[in-house]
Design a protein around this ligand. Structure first.
Ligand code: SF4
Length: 312
C-alpha cells in the first residue's frame, strides 16, 4: 500500500468507510492537470469525493501568481500557486501529486517531485494536502490509483470502475485538446512545448489566438501520440519533443514555434539542443518565452514578423 500520504490537520480525516463522501477535493487546473486532463476529477468523483477544479488560467491568475509566488519559480509553478490559492476557501482538502516519472525509464523535471511539499509548506499550509507518488519506474499509475482508493477505504470494485472511467475520460479529453482543422492552401506551423504550456489558456492562449487570426494551420504537439527517442535526454516531455523534431520531414511544416516558460531550467538547455536539429532541416524556428508580464501586442508583432519571414 502506502500510495497515500496526507498532511493531516485532523488525524481522523479519513478514518471511516464513508469519509470520502461529500468531502470537497481541490484540483488545481494547471501544471500536472494537463498531463492527465479529465482523469483526476473523474476518478475522485467516482470514489465519492466532490471534485472542485480551479478556473482556467487568465490574466487575474497570472497577476495573482506574480504576487503570491516566489520570484525565482518558473512561470508554470507560479501559476500553480495561484490556482491552489483560488481553491483553498472552497475545499476540504487539496490534491497535489508528487510526479517522479510519467513514463517508464524516464523522469519528469525535478520541480514536480518537490511540488506537494512546497505547496504544503507555503500556499496550502492551512489545508490538508492529499499526496500520491506517481512513479512509473516503480509502478504503473493504475496500480497507484487502485492503492489510493483502497487506502481511502473505498470498495475495490468501485475503485476499479473509477479507474476505468477516469482513463476513458482522459483519452477523450486528450483528443479534444488536439483537434486541428486543416485549411487547404494555408501554411502549417508546429507548436511545441510542455503540455502544461501548450494547454494552459493564459500561457499559450494569446499565441493560438493570433495564429488563428493569421489564418494559418496550427498543429499542437501531442504527447500522447509521440514516441521517445533513444537519446540521453531523460526528461520524458523533452525527449518526445526531440523525437518529433529529429524525425519530421521538412515538407511537413512551414515553421516551428516553441512556447517556453520564463525561468525554465530544462528548456534553457533543450532549446539549444533542438536548434541545430531544426536548422539542419532548414525549418524556420522561433521560441517565445512567456511570463506573467507577456502581453498580446508584443506577441502579435513577433508572430506577424515570423510568419512573414517564412514567405506567407
Ligand atoms: S520543465 Fe521548466 S517549466 Fe516545467 S516545471 Fe520544470 S522548470 Fe518549470
Amino acid at each position: 500500500m502506502a500510495a497515500l500520504s496526507i498532511k493531516y490537520m485532523n488525524l481522523n480525516f479519513f478514518s471511516k468507510k464513508t469519509d470520502t463522501l461529500k468531502k470537497k477535493i481541490g484540483i488545481p487546473r494547471s501544471f500536472f492537470y494537463y498531463f492527465y486532463p479529465g482523469l483526476w476529477e473523474t476518478y475522485f468523483s467516482e470514489i465519492g469525493f466532490i471534485p472542485v477544479l480551479s478556473k482556467p488560467s487568465n490574466l487575474n491568475t497570472a497577476n495573482r501568481a506574480s504576487i503570491i509566488s516566489e520570484a525565482e519559480h518558473c512561470f508554470p509553478i507560479k501559476l500553480f500557486d495561484a490556482h491552489a490559492e483560488e481553491l483553498l476557501d472552497s475545499v476540504d482538502i487539496l490534491f497535489v501529486p508528487r510526479i517522479i516519472s510519467m513514463k517508464k525509464d524516464y523522469i519528469t523535471c525535478p520541480k514536480f517531485g518537490a511540488l506537494p511539499d512546497a505547496a504544503a509548506a507555503d500556499v496550502a499550509s492551512d489545508k490538508p494536502v492529499l499526496i500520491i507518488e506517481i512513479n512509473e519506474n516503480k509502478k504503473p499509475l493504475k496500480k497507484t490509483l487502485f492503492e489510493l482508493g483502497c487506502d481511502l477505504k473505498v470498495p475495490s470494485l468501485k475503485v476499479k470502475n473509477a479507474i476505468e472511467k477516469a482513463y476513458n475520460r482522459m483519452y477523450l479529453e486528450r483528443e479534444l485538446l488536439m483537434k486541428t482543422k486543416y485549411k487547404e492552401d494555408a501554411p502549417t506551423f508546429l507548436i511545441l512545448g510542455h503540455p502544461y504550456i501548450l494547454h494552459d489558456p493564459f500561457i499559450s492562449g494569446m499565441i493560438i489566438k493570433k495564429l488563428n487570426e493569421l489564418k494559418v494551420n496550427i498543429e499542437i504537439f501531442s504527447f500522447s501520440k509521440e514516441y521517445s527517442s533513444e537519446t540521453n535526454i531523460m526528461w520524458c516531455t523533452s525527449n518526445k519533443m526531440y523525437h518529433k523534431i529529429s524525425t519530421m520531414e521538412k515538407s511537413q511544416y512551414n515553421g516551428i514555434i516553441q512556447i517556453a516558460a520564463f525561468n525554465c531550467g530544462c528548456d534553457s538547455m533543450m532549446i539549444e539542443t533542438f536548434r541545430p536539429v531544426i536548422n539542419e532541416k532548414k525549418i524556420p524556428y522561433m521560441v517565445l518565452i512567456i511570463d506573467e508580464h507577456s502581453a498580446q501586442a508584443g506577441l502579435d508583432t513577433r508572430l506577424e514578423a515570423f510568419i512573414d519571414s517564412t514567405g506567407w
